[in-house]
Design a protein around this ligand. Structure first.
Ligand SMILES: [Zn+2]
Length: 243
């Protein structure tokens, strides 16, 4: 039987990079709440403003960007996250450019995380009903390229050295939504916080009656793979070993 993974005691700072203001809450927020509860520092980096997130709850885009920013900060507070970095890219049209990779490299060098969490840039679709959003793929692709080789190589984006940002080696990358997964984080104690954090995005989920059943269904499915009640699944890349 597989067992859930426990992050190394030595890893104190975790950087989560995502495209849209609610992506983290849909996917990895149970792990985030667990890690902050263990006394670690978690930093969120959101690439877009979420300005294209109109739906039946928020039919008009007027005032949507500041509203989504407030919701994001509320969700972060629920999850114990104090640091939120917003890059301000336009929602819906993100590409994995060198400019985006440079911006993410800057965030990594500034916050110097042991672990970076992002989604899987190689997944074109999930099942038969969801085509993975192009912003998700673009951001994940640039994020992994920033983790390696850009963040640790002084000769890449040398202008960052002039900004006072020396190279930094990220020790592990956790890729969520990867198929197949190989690592599971137990979120039995934090699934409720994950649901509350997603519900904070009221412009996207409305009153969110469906939030708890849906997130629970996913957590139970992934938990079964690791022999626990509830889990979130990742592919874990070990980029550095202490011994
Ligand atoms: Zn998204």
């Amino acid at each position: 039987m597989r067992r859930p993974h426990v992050l190394s005691e030595a890893f104190r700072t975790i950087l989560c990079i995502a495209a849209h203001p609610d992506d983290i809450e849909f996917t990895i927020a149970g792990s985030v709440a667990r890690w902050t509860g263990e006394g670690r520092t978690v930093v969120f980096c959101l690439v877009t403003t979420g300005g294209a997130g109109t739906n039946e709850h928020t039919p008009s885009g007027d005032g949507l960007i500041p509203r989504r920013e407030r919701e994001l900060h509320d969700a972060a507070r629920i999850l114990g996250v104090k640091d939120v970095v917003l890059l301000g890219y336009q929602d819906g049209v993100v590409e994995p450019t060198l400019g985006l990779r440079r911006d993410l490299t800057r965030v990594i060098r500034r916050h110097r995380p042991d672990v970076v969490v992002c989604s899987d840039p190689t997944v074109r679709w999930y099942g038969n009903e969801y085509l993975n959003h192009p912003d998700h793929r673009a951001v994940a692709s640039a994020a992994l390229d920033a983790v390696f080789p850009s963040a640790e190589t002084p000769g890449i984006f040398a202008e960052l050295l002039a900004e006072g940002l020396p190279p930094h080696k990220v020790k592990e990358a956790f890729v969520s939504g990867a198929e197949p997964a190989d690592t599971w984080i137990d979120i039995g104690d934090t699934l409720e916080l994950k649901c509350a954090a997603l519900k904070a995005h009221a412009s996207q989920v409305g009153t969110g009656e469906w939030v708890e059943p849906l997130l629970r269904e996913w957590a139970v499915r992934d938990g079964k793979r690791a022999g626990v009640r509830a889990a979130e699944a990742y592919r874990r890349m070990v980029l550095w070993r202490s011994e």
